[in-house]
Write a protein of this length. Structure first.
Lengths: 154, 371
């Protein structure tokens, strides 16, 4: 499970939120694997990026969507979706409307939820960029988005 | 001891009666027998009322009381006649009276050694031993022999002591369940102390301890890898610090919060040897849902060395034993009215008995890996 936490180590959205999402249990005074939300969050983020990549390059795969800004729109749709979902997930924890209510000993606010949404959106964008760089060559019409590939130039 | 007894109505006799009848009422002992212990052991049957009301100066004299009080010898007698199913209760003023011995300091040290030897001899044979002592005050009206064996008439409040010896589980049950502190109605317990050699892990189910989250400045700044692993301890304020919680509930019930939270009772260990005293603070964990009862904050003015950090709970002689020790009882002047001559020697003897040779009486140990 440490693998998933690795992607969320950068402390830009609040240390207490990191502890919460990693599964801190006040009653146990320890991290509980069953409460660890990072695997789910990472998988949703990663698979969303994979899905957007497949949709853009292999399903949509249209010559009219072969420009950089078309690719940018796909990335923005992904990032905004992940931002809304991630922020909502933390807000639900804060309000106690989820399976993982925030422990009172942890100081987590709506600002932390906002920052986590941004963090996870950036992470999804990085995943999408990564797949775009390494996996677009099989696409018939969009392989030159976001930029012309060196492989295409030969 | 003569000044404490007056036919059954003194506080001393009432406290003793209250305690012993509490034990009788609890019904956990298959048999209770009473004795006078002096230079010889005199059986006084098993009738508590008879035993209490017949406590008189002449009855003490008949039991072999003399000018010299050999507390160490009494410890040897009592512990030497016990087995692991026996609880012995020893009630005494605990004044070490050197009698005609001119080197009083040497005599007192000899008493300490005798007490130690009594403990060691018992634990060598039966291993498990708990030693509980209560201190009470009672009116004393009679002849008092000072440490130079000079008698004088004294009529004032003086301390006396009830010592309880037995298997740790038995003594713990007696203290917590059968005759709890709140049952002493005649006179309040002035002080008490218990020492035992059964690790806390054998006395309670939940022995959990673990690092706290470094999410407050008070806890320190470090990376918590797991409950017992941490790294990158940074300076927080003036010191490097990390914090952990531990469940010491049973110790708190038996020994009291103040004693358990006294940093003197904790030592930093290297392997099986004491390295140095504990620097930090201990406070109660008020988090209701926490599995811990105490929070330890470990401080160092220099960076912590990488490797294993071990902190051991090793009960020391309580402060009150030293505060209640008199070094010159030829006159009571207000400052030493409630003190007992040579008391520290008995306590140190008990402590040394539990920490004899290479053995350290560790009741709990908290190990952490600093990376």
């Amino acid at each position: 499970m440490e693998f998933f936490s690795l992607f969320y180590q950068l402390n830009v959205y609040g240390q207490d939120l990191f502890y919460h999402l990693k599964g801190w249990d006040n009653g146990m005074q320890d991290f509980v694997a069953a409460n660890n939300q990072f695997p789910t969050i990472w998988l949703v983020t990663f698979l969303s990026a994979v899905a957007m990549f497949v949709v853009f390059y292999y399903i949509l795969n249209h010559p009219r969507f072969n420009k950089f800004w078309h690719w940018l729109i796909a990335l923005a749709v992904l990032a905004i979706g992940i931002f809304i979902w991630s922020r909502g997930l933390v807000l639900a924890d804060i309000t106690g409307a989820s399976m993982h209510p925030v422990d009172p000993s942890l100081n987590i606010s709506a600002d932390n939820a906002m920052m986590f949404g941004v963090y996870n959106a950036v992470l999804s964008a990085i995943f999408f960029l990564f797949f775009s760089v390494i996996g677009r060559f099989g696409s018939k019409n969009c392989k030159n988005a976001p930029w012309k590939s060196l492989i295409n130039r030969k | 001891m003569n000044g404490y007894v007056n036919g059954g109505t003194s506080t001393f006799q009432q406290v003793v009666k209250e305690y012993l009848s509490g034990i009788n009422n609890a019904g956990f002992a298959s048999a209770v027998n009473y004795y006078y212990v002096g230079s010889k052991i005199t059986s006084k049957g098993n009738d508590l009322n008879n035993y209490i009301t017949k406590l008189t100066p002449s009855s003490f004299g008949a039991a072999g009381g003399g000018a010299t009080t050999d507390i160490g010898g009494l410890f040897k007698t009592i512990l030497g006649n016990m087995d692991s199913n026996t609880i012995s209760i020893f009630i005494s003023d605990c004044i070490i009276s050197p009698g005609s011995n001119t080197n009083t300091a040497a005599y007192a040290r000899g008493q300490m050694t005798d007490v130690r030897d009594a403990i060691v001899s018992y634990t060598n044979h039966y291993e498990d031993l708990a030693c509980l002592v209560y201190q009470f005050d009672s009116e004393f009206n009679g002849r008092y022999f000072d440490y130079q064996n000079h008698p004088r008439k004294v009529n004032m409040q003086r301390p006396f002591y009830i010592w309880v010896f037995g298997h740790t589980a038995h003594v713990a049950m007696m203290k917590l369940q059968y005759v709890p502190d709140k049952d002493f109605k005649v006179a309040p317990i002035r002080n008490q102390w218990i020492i035992f050699n059964t690790p806390l892990s054998a006395l309670q189910d939940n022995n959990k301890y673990g690092l706290l989250l470094p999410n407050t400045a008070k806890n320190g700044q470090y990376v918590r890898k797991s409950g017992t692993e941490l790294r990158t301890i940074q300076k927080a304020g003036d010191n490097y610090r990390f914090s952990f919680g531990a469940n010491l509930l049973t110790a708190q019930f038996l020994m009291g919060d103040d004693y358990v939270e006294d940093t003197r009772n904790y030592k930093q260990m290297i392997g099986k040897a004491v390295k140095e005293k504990f620097y930090g603070e201990i406070e109660k964990d008020f988090n209701q849902s926490s599995p811990f009862s105490e929070i330890f904050r470990v401080d160092s003015d220099s960076p912590f060395q990488k490797g294993t950090f071990s902190l051991a709970f090793i009960p020391e002689v309580p402060d009150w034993a030293y505060e209640c020790t008199d070094t010159d009882d030829r006159m009571f002047n207000g400052a030493n009215d409630n003190k007992t001559y040579g008391l520290n020697n008995i306590f140190e003897g008990v402590f040394n008995g539990f920490n004899n040779g290479g053995h350290i009486n560790i009741l709990a140990q908290f190990d952490f890996e600093i990376k």
